[in-house]
Design a protein around this ligand. Structure first.
Ligand code: FEO
Length: 429
């Protein structure tokens, strides 16, 4: 059933001027309910495209999703002729911003396309054998395009959230075009942040799911943006931020700053999570915890996650230096709550964190290796082979667990222990 939600009050049927000679020519998508499959969009989204008119040139900043090409071109044609458009800026080449590019270029083949160094690779894939027909300029931080009495200056801001992302600054009007950065999925035809409904939830939800895994890069982007005079931020999705635009930059800075106060000083933090069916994996967890806790360099915490709600741990995990997961093997697999926790890590940066796995098993014991593979997939470093113990651990095996914990702590402290080689085991005796 086609839904027709009148969820864009006062939606502009045509283009909308957002500043002198700067016009919104984007598209409203009030019926969208999920974006990129994973994001819920409770009241849709917008695909914002802008047209900037200078005394000697006209630029289009980003386009829209392919299915909205008609609405985009119709708005554009009300404010400019194709033969006077000199520049197409593509701040980000994901299809929701470039879907209309082929149709646009068919009408304005003479424009100069400005993309970031990584953007050119995606543009080539987008245009395929037509790529060489167009004039493409690779732009970097500080490069400019003159439109006569208007100047566009580029800021290379990669990984917010694709490698290609950049921002564009309209110097004479202190107006920053940010594409996904500082955007949100919120559809309201009143366009401006001081006119639309309450989009605070959408703004943070978008950050959490799109930008949070790239906090480091968001910080680098903010380093470039914060020194600018900013009168308006024009993102690629959601409201145009004309009221208190700097508050949103400040808020992003807050969001990328550590959320949890810590008294650990220089100590590294290690979190041990486990689930146990018959108590054996719990015994292992306790011993690993004890072993790691012997180190003064590491603050170790132990959590039984059988209760199943992993969400409260995400902030903790994000700021931890090491993660250890304990799971029994049941039906040849790790248990579901462990998978739930591992899958929720997609929203945070895990690259480089220490990871380790352990667990008791009855027959086959695949779970530990599966968890290790997942951690490696998350680009965590897994320096110690996972620890598996058949059934309940013996006192000697519990000492192995303590030693495992000691070794993990030593890795975190930057002083990995020499591995003692059991020659009798090598000889098979
Ligand atoms: Fe709005 Fe990353 O695309």
């Amino acid at each position: 059933m086609t839904r027709t939600g009148p969820i864009a009050p006062q939606a502009p049927h045509g283009p909308a001027e957002i500043a002198a000679r700067v016009t919104w020519i984007g598209a409203l998508d009030p019926d969208l309910r999920s974006f990129d499959i994973i994001l819920k969009t409770a009241n849709g989204t917008t695909y914002n495209s802008y047209l900037v008119r200078g005394s000697d040139g006209v630029a289009v900043i980003d386009t829209v999703k392919q299915e909205f090409t008609g609405a985009f071109l119709a708005r554009l044609e009300q404010v400019a002729r194709y033969d006077e458009i000199t520049t197409l800026v593509l701040n980000h080449l994901e299809p929701d911003h470039t879907g209309a590019v082929p149709e646009f270029l068919a009408r304005a083949p003479h424009v100069e396309i400005c993309v970031s160094p990584r953007g050119v690779q995606v543009l080539r894939a987008l245009l395929k054998d037509r790529f060489d027909d167009y004039k493409v300029r690779v732009v970097r931080t500080g490069d400019t395009v003159s439109l006569g009495d208007r100047t566009l200056r580029f800021l290379t801001t990669p990984y917010v959230h694709w490698p290609d992302t950049q921002c564009t600054y309209l110097e004479e009007q202190n107006l920053l075009f940010t594409c996904d950065l500082l955007g949100c999925h919120y559809c309201d035809g009143r366009l401006f942040n001081d006119a639309v409904g309450d989009f605070r939830f959408s703004f943070e939800y978008y950050f959490d799911h799109i930008m949070r895994p790239f906090k480091r890069y968001v910080g680098e982007a903010l380093d470039l943006i914060e020194p600018l005079e900013i009168d308006m931020i024009a993102p690629g999705h959601g409201p145009v931020l004309r009221a208190h635009p700097r508050d949103y930059i400040t808020h992003y800075r807050r969001l990328i700053t550590k959320r949890l106060a810590s008294e650990t000083g220089d100590q590294k933090t290690l979190l041990v999570f486990y689930v146990s069916a018959y108590g054996a994996t719990a015994q292992m967890a306790g011993a690993i915890y004890e072993g790691a806790a012997e180190s003064d360099d590491v603050r170790v915490s132990l959590f039984d996650i059988e209760g199943g709600d992993v969400t409260p741990f995400i902030d903790l995990i994000e700021e931890a230096d090491g993660l250890v997961f304990g799971t029994p093997t049941i039906n040849g697999d790790a248990v579901r709550v462990v998978w739930d926790m591992l899958s929720s890590l997609v929203d945070i940066e895990t690259k480089g964190k220490l990871g380790a796995a352990f667990g008791s098993y009855g027959w086959t014991g695949e779970a530990v290796a599966m968890v290790e593979a997942r951690m490696q997939g998350l680009k965590m470093r897994v320096p110690e082979q996972g620890l598996r113990i058949k059934m309940h651990p013996t006192p000697a095996e519990l000492e192995d667990c303590r030693d495992f914990g000691r070794r993990l702590a030593a890795h975190l402290a930057g002083r990995p222990m020499e591995r003692e080689i059991d020659l009798s085991a090598l000889l098979g005796s």
